[in-house]
Design a protein around this ligand. Structure first.
Ligand SMILES: [Mg+2]
Length: 327
């Protein structure tokens, strides 16, 4: 019987890169995984499926792959990358002929078109055209531009003009505008599905203090709807560590590759990468090159293995699986 082949899923920030620089030796590992064949003693032409899973977004998978390649000198393609909203693509597909609202910072129109959404408003367009936000006046030029953009999408073809779902595909920056508009829509339809792609409360970067992350926006929205309107909104969570995201990646890998055994998750964030992997039952490898810096293991979300960096994690997997590189 053929031995099963492992797959590797890695986080990006804090594992492959930190800011705009490559984590030591991570480029070597990536090039090997993308180009080399391996042997397990039985078979000598094994490829190890290798994917990236990030809570980042605000751009398309292709743009993310290209920006990583620029930093690392690698050759990632769009299909290697799972962004925060990638697992929502099949759901967005169901809304192809329905009207939706797309929210968050980043290139919303590009994302919507890349996800083949036809009938959508971006949060800025909707707020400006339907005069949602108090104390804010939009420039006539801006409104004209939005109207022209919308006209191009043939929105008049859609019969039901009600928004049927909200997709928040990246951290909202304009909280007031987003909360005002979403609250109005949820009041009209209490059950309106709101898809969110990240539930992190803080994030660390080069800042002096940890910054408020996406999850705090969702909490604020829930709290306002509950307190002011006694509505508990229909929020569906995606992004790490949600099981929805990990299940999507697992199904994707098993559909694309045969004989997959262990799926290893390599990450620097215990509460996101490691928690998600542990929940679904993937062997988790916690690295010390990003958020986690402890000398032992994380107490709340312990990795199955704790190593220094991606190179160590990669060597650990090869050792555990009895694999060697075939030159
Ligand atoms: Mg990370």
């Amino acid at each position: 019987m053929n031995k099963l082949i492992p797959a590797i899923v890695s986080d990006i920030d804090g594992v492959l890169i930190r800011g705009k620089s490559t984590v030591t030796n991570s480029d070597i590992v990536v090039k090997e995984l993308l180009n080399c064949h391996y042997t397990n003693g039985e078979k000598h032409n094994i490829r190890i499926p290798f994917y990236l899973l990030t809570n980042g977004g605000g751009c398309t998978e292709l743009q993310k792959a290209n920006s990583l390649n620029k930093i690392m000198g690698t050759d990632f393609k769009s299909h290697h990358v799972f962004l925060n909203y990638t697992p929502l693509r099949p759901i967005m597909n169901e809304y192809q002929n329905k009207l939706i609202l797309i929210c968050g910072a980043g290139k919303l129109t590009e994302i919507a078109k890349d996800c083949e959404l036809k009938y959508f408003y971006t949060i800025d367009e909707y707020s400006a055209l339907f005069d949602q936000v108090p104390f804010k006046e939009y420039e006539t030029e801006t409104i004209k531009q939005y109207e022209a953009d919308i006209k191009q999408r043939n929105m008049d073809l859609i019969k039901n003009k009600q928004i049927e779902a909200i997709f928040i595909v990246f951290d909202p920056i304009k909280w007031e505008e987003s909360i005002q508009t979403i609250t109005k829509l949820v009041q009209e339809n209490n059950n309106l599905p709101i898809y969110v792609v990240n539930n992190d409360i803080t994030y660390a970067d080069n800042f002096k203090l940890p910054r408020l992350a996406f999850g705090t926006f969702t909490n604020a929205l829930i709290s306002i709807l509950k307190k002011e309107h006694n509505i508990f909104p229909n929020i569906i969570y995606y992004g790490k560590p949600s099981i929805n995201t990990f299940k999507y990646v697992q199904t994707y890998i098993n559909e694309k590759h045969e004989n997959i055994g262990n799926i290893y998750m390599i990450g620097d964030n215990p509460a996101s990468d490691i928690r998600g992997a542990n929940q679904i039952g993937w062997p988790s490898i916690l690295v010390r090159s990003g958020v986690f810096r402890g000398s032992e293991n994380d107490v709340q979300d312990p990795g199955k293995y704790v190593v220094e960096d991606l190179m160590d994690a990669y060597n650990k997997i090869l050792q555990l699986e009895g694999l060697k590189v075939v030159q």
